[in-house]
Ligand binder design. Structure first.
Ligand code: HEM
Length: 482
């Protein structure tokens, strides 16, 4: 009898435990924030095929239309949350940046160099960022104006041999030269050539399939990266011997000491030099190519820019005086063309972060380990922030954009430290190109190509021609002849 009572008691006890557990689980489920709307697609491949079988911008825009400003997807093997509102981008990149770490495929990290600042967070990142930012300060950039001007002038001279040129490819050469100047100051011609050759191989293999099989673009890139390390090592030794306190990036990295007097290792210096070169080249080249495309397609805007630049050319006695830093800071029409080109093209369409812990945003759960992608392009093309967003209209920048709606150079702790250099290069390029040259885009095909940055189709093939002095006279109504 006693045994039966014990059994009943045990059953009641187990039933109560199960009931309480069930109630607690339900309550937790109710309290736990839900995942954002969206689709995770097929197992493992997710929605990667949808993303790459169409223009990625169409993919993101159609998702935003369907699900709103925050939605989930699954691409490149990772569950991801996309954010298309200025507030959400600010949350991830600025106010709660410590909850989201930068994330890149390991193969790419190894090609650039794992110690490059953009792979890091925290103290190491802060230290490196200060050095990079310091080397691109306005005071340092001011000194680069004459050299950048010389580089632009000689690049343009080479474009007018009557052949069709690939504008993007030529712009890449120019932005590489400017990058080398900002990093090393003046560099021995043979060292520069060696850097150029090996960097070109690295660049070619960067987006190829990561395999160590001999002969593949990735393996070649890997070997080129090793050679780059050797060349950098040689340059570093030479500069150390000279003991000069140069203000360029290499000088800043070599002279840096932390609170305990610790200096940066050769690997830290090399990875950051390759990293900056990488961050500077295609981005700036793509922006400059788009500027040419938009100016070509908008003759009225081109006329206005020409008029602005002609005044400066005349002041400088048609090139007999050098362009000054102050003049580069006073080109309002050209500057607005640059801003509008950056908005329209949105070269960095989005960026990647990874949640380091479970995060809640506006009632939605962002699980630890998921990728988070602020979508700059969607924000730049949202009619709520930029009316008629598909129209190229530099005059819209007569009024400052609403806060956090214009982020061509990112935002927060990882925002671009090279943006002043990029803008300076674009201004000098337009200053010399527009009043003196005419360019005709070859081929009627229009469209965008991703490599991975958006570039006009086929790199904007174009034929460049020097404007004749006679036509210049015609332009000003022949007043120069009288
Ligand atoms: C038009 C040209 C450029 C554009 C559109 C651009 C855009 C950007 C953007 C959007 C980011 C932030 C990425 C993120 O948050 O994940 C970034 C970071 C960076 N950019 Fe640029 N960039 C340009 C030119 C340059 C140049 C000329 C340099 C150097 C000379 C440079 C060096 C860097 C570096 C080192 C970072 C990483 C910063 C960090 O992680 O703290 N960029 N850039």
């Amino acid at each position: 009898m006693e045994e039966r009572e014990d059994l009943i008691f045990l059953h009641v006890f187990l039933f109560l435990i199960a009931l309480i557990s069930y109630i607690l689980i339900r309550r937790n489920q109710k309290n736990a924030a839900k995942l954002p709307p969206g689709s995770l697609g097929w197992p493992y491949i997710g929605e990667t095929l949808q993303l790459y079988s169409q223009d990625p911008n169409v993919f993101f825009a159609s998702k935003q239309k369907r699900y709103g400003e925050i939605f989930k997807t699954h691409i490149l093997g990772c569950p991801s949350i996309m954010l298309a509102s200025p507030e959400a981008a600010r949350f991830v990149l600025v106010t709660q940046a410590h909850l989201f770490k930068p994330t890149y495929p390991k193969s790419k990290e190894n090609l650039i160099g794992p110690l490059a600042l953009f792979f890091h967070q925290g103290d190491y990142h802060t230290r490196l960022r200060k050095l990079v930012q310091g080397s691109f300060s306005l005071d340092n950039l001011r000194r680069l104006v004459p050299d950048i001007e010389t580089m632009v002038v000689s690049a343009l001279e080479l474009w007018t041999d009557g052949n069709v040129i690939n504008t993007f490819y030529e712009m890449k050469k120019l932005s590489f030269e400017v990058g080398i100047l900002a990093i090393f100051g003046h560099l021995d011609a043979s060292q520069k050539e060696e850097l150029k050759q090996n960097y070109r191989i690295l660049d070619k293999g960067y987006n190829s399939f990561p395999t160590k099989l001999p002969g593949t673009p990735f393996k070649k890139a890997f070997l080129a990266r090793k050679r780059l390390q050797e060349i950098l090592s040689e340059i570093i030794s030479e500069r150390k011997e000279k003991r000069t306190a140069e203000k360029n990036l290499l000088g800043c990295l070599l002279n840096s000491k932390d609170d305990n007097g610790g200096i940066l290792s050769e690997d830290q210096i090399a990875d950051n030099i390759i990293g900056v070169l990488f961050a500077a080249q295609d981005t700036t080249a793509s922006a400059m190519t788009w500027i040419l495309k938009y100016l070509h397609d908008h003759p009225k805007v081109l006329e206005n820019v020409k008029a602005e630049q002609n005044v400066i050319h005349q002041f400088n006695v048609d090139g007999h005086l050098k362009l000054t830093w102050a003049q580069t800071r006073n080109m309002p029409i050209t500057y607005k063309v640059i801003l509008e080109s950056l908005r329209m093209a949105s070269i960095i369409s989005f960026t990647f972060r990874e949640a380091v812990t479970d995060v809640e945003y506006k009632g939605y759960r962002i699980p630890k380990g998921w990728k988070v992608m602020p979508l700059f392009r969607n924000i730049h093309h949202n009619p709520e922030f930029f009316s008629n967003p598909q129209q190229f209209d530099p005059s819209r920048f007569e009024v400052a954009p609403k806060p956090n709606t214009f982020m061509p150079f990112g935002s927060g702790v990882h925002a671009c430290p090279g943006y002043e250099l990029a803008k300076l290069e674009m201004l000098i390029m337009v200053h010399h190109l527009v009043p003196r040259y005419r360019w005709e885009v070859v081929g009627s095909e229009s469209g965008i190509q991703y490599g991975p940055f958006p570039v006009p189709i086929h790199g904007l093939p174009a034929r460049f021609e020097k404007e004749s002095t006679q036509e210049k006279g015609d332009e000003c109504g022949g007043c120069c002849d009288t």
